[in-house]
Design a binder for this molecule. Structure first.
Ligand SMILES: [Zn+2]
Length: 272
């Protein structure tokens, strides 16, 4: 039974040992609405710690973070964020990402970073406030550029330690530094990681990526000049791949997968 009161749907995002609890038989492809069917007795001990995180159009989102506690219930199972990103519709995953980022934020801001006093949650916005020195903190979002580089019918793909372990090649990505524009970050990261210069940098799309609090900002770019020289730290291998003969690449639910798909489309258009 969905937990509805006066036509309000309440969805509970319950994290236990860093995994989301869902009804045992839930089909994740149906999205976050399945969380309205979560049995509330599974988090009975945490009712005083329920945090309201969103209320739009008669749908309320509530967060319960049991941290390392294992909450168990015969009608419930737990799933990892990575499983959710690959199975739920994108907009639904973003709700889970938001809840998870709030959970991480609340864990990391129990005490004031300026004076060390205990912080309190602000009721009317997602923030933690120190009543001793009035320092206020908001959930951190770390912008990270990700870029697909094309040259003729080839795309530059690279492999760092994590991609090597997972057995695929991906587009280049890196965190934006303080004082830098997103476009400057694209040029700097590409040159630092693989030693080439790019031109015609064009915004594509963005994706929240809660591992733990990135915002991936996607760009398409064209090769300008230079030979590939990998930095040997973040990138171990990089090469130009024929668009019709790609290695294993990220799936299309990720922005990297969509950047590669868009590059493929544009090359096909150029051929016509
Ligand atoms: Zn303080």
């Amino acid at each position: 039974m969905a937990q509805t009161l006066r036509n309000i749907t309440k969805r509970y995002f319950v994290f236990s040992n860093d995994r989301l609890l869902v009804p045992a038989q839930a089909d994740l492809s149906l999205g976050v609405n399945l969380l309205a069917d979560l049995p509330i007795d599974v988090f009975a001990e945490y009712t005083e710690q329920v945090v309201s995180i969103r209320a739009i159009d008669k749908v309320e989102h509530h967060l319960v973070d049991a941290q390392k506690e294992l909450l168990e219930h015969p009608d419930v199972r737990s799933v990892s964020l990575r499983e959710i990103v690959s199975t739920m519709p994108r907009e639904d995953f973003q709700h889970v990402a938001q809840a998870w980022q709030y959970a991480v934020f609340l864990r990391n801001h129990q005490f004031c970073g300026r004076c060390g006093s205990r912080m309190d949650r602000v009721q009317w916005e997602m923030a933690m406030h120190c009543h001793t020195c009035h320092h206020r903190c908001y959930p951190r979002v770390s912008p990270c550029i990700i870029v697909a580089i094309r040259s003729g019918n080839k795309i530059l793909l690279a492999q760092g330690a994590r991609q090597k372990e997972a057995g695929f090649y991906s587009t280049l990505a890196g965190f934006v530094e303080s004082g830098e524009t997103l476009e400057e970050a694209v040029h700097r990261e590409v040159f630092e990681e693989v030693g080439v210069k790019v031109k015609n940098v064009e915004y594509f799309n963005s994706q929240p990526w809660p591992f733990p609090h990135s915002l991936m900002v996607g760009y398409l770019a064209e090769y300008d000049e230079g030979e590939i020289v990998v930095d040997g730290k973040e990138i171990h291998k990089a090469d130009w791949f024929d668009i019709d003969n790609l290695p294993v690449v990220p799936p299309k639910f990720s922005i990297a997968g969509r950047l590669i798909e868009e590059t493929q489309k544009r090359m096909a258009q150029d051929k016509i």
